[in-house]
Design a protein around this ligand. Structure first.
Ligand SMILES: NC(=O)c1ccc[n+]([C@@H]2O[C@H](COP(=O)([O-])OP(=O)(O)OC[C@H]3O[C@@H](n4cnc5c(N)ncnc54)[C@H](OP(=O)(O)O)[C@@H]3O)[C@@H](O)[C@H]2O)c1
Length: 260
């Protein structure tokens, strides 16, 4: 028997959309999809066989889990609004890596976290069955139900408490957001020189592939790792036309040399 008979998704952005599709794909009924944007609520709801809703006050109280896939800063506000309209016994979980579960505690007795550790963009397909799901609730029976739901969606499920999730999220910012920003810097350089970014894409892919079964530090290559001072000097000369990138280059070069 499924851990929840019906689920309502609040937020039809990147995570709300992926979560909705993943729930529908395993036959988990989604009752309603809420977005302040009527069109977004309608399009996701139609895709996954749910009802659209754009007024929080109009949400049905019939769902037994409310998943808040809204921006981090809106979680507390939306929970406060929601609790004014729902019976206090309802169960609520948010999907944020960087937000403590306690932001929900003032509003609901059964609260928790359903954090998918992946980068999601609404328009890109993601194999949800491979996404690590980090689950937590201070209420053990609710946590067991969230874990059971997570196991229906993914083969990679972890119980991760608030303190663990907070540090995991810092690490995730480094390997995802910062790495992606570095890809963007590389793109700026090649585009400045009228070279195609496609030249760098296989390198990006192999860098990510290597660390799937090896230690990132052991896999480091390049001038800083080898201590090729003349090459580094030539790179810094070139980067005079990108002073901000030169700063990043120097910091990263020092870090790589320091950890060699
Ligand atoms: N994207 C990722 O890769 C990722 C991965 C793991 C976890 N997360 C977490 O998942 C959550 C959602 O992230 P996302 O990337 O899906 O964000 P997103 O695409 O920007 O979507 C955020 C949603 O929040 C809604 N929202 C914002 N403020 C609101 C308010 N005051 N009242 C009601 N709704 C409000 C937006 O509604 P409107 O459309 O009406 O503006 C939108 O549907 C965040 O907690 C994030 O930390 C994200």
């Amino acid at each position: 028997m499924p851990p929840f008979t019906s689920i309502t998704i609040i937020g039809a952005g990147n995570v709300g959309s992926h979560l909705g599709r993943a729930l529908a794909a395993v036959g988990q009924p989604v009752l309603e999809v809420f977005s302040r944007d009527k069109g977004k609520a309608q399009s996701l709801a139609a895709e996954i066989g749910a009802q659209p809703q754009s007024e929080l006050a109009q949400l049905s109280a019939a769902a037994d889990l409310y998943l808040l896939a809204v921006s981090d800063d809106a979680i507390g506000l939306v929970a406060a609004d929601l609790c004014a309209h729902l019976p206090s016994g309802k169960a609520v979980a948010h999907t944020s890596g960087g937000t403590p579960s306690e932001v929900l505690a003032a509003h609901f007795q059964r609260y928790g976290v359903f954090y998918p550790l992946q980068t999601f963009s609404r328009e890109r397909e993601t194999d949800f069955s491979a996404v690590p799901l980090c689950i937590y609730s201070p209420n053990s029976s609710f946590e067991a139900a969230l874990l059971a739901l997570a196991h229906r969606l993914s083969r990679s499920v972890y119980r991760i408490d608030d303190a663990q999730r907070a540090v995991l999220h810092v690490a995730a910012v480094f390997v995802n957001n910062f790495a992606n920003q570095l890809f963007h810097f590389g793109q700026q350089i090649v585009e400045q020189e009228k070279l195609p970014f496609d030249l760098l894409r296989p390198l990006i892919l192999e860098t990510a592939r290597k660390v799937q079964d090896a230690d990132p530090q052991a896999m480091q290559t390049g001038p800083a790792r080898r201590g090729d001072a003349e090459t580094i000097r030539r790179h810094l000369d070139y980067l005079q036309k990108f002073p901000e990138l030169a700063q990043v280059y120097e910091i990263m070069t020092e870090r790589i040399m320091g950890s060699a």
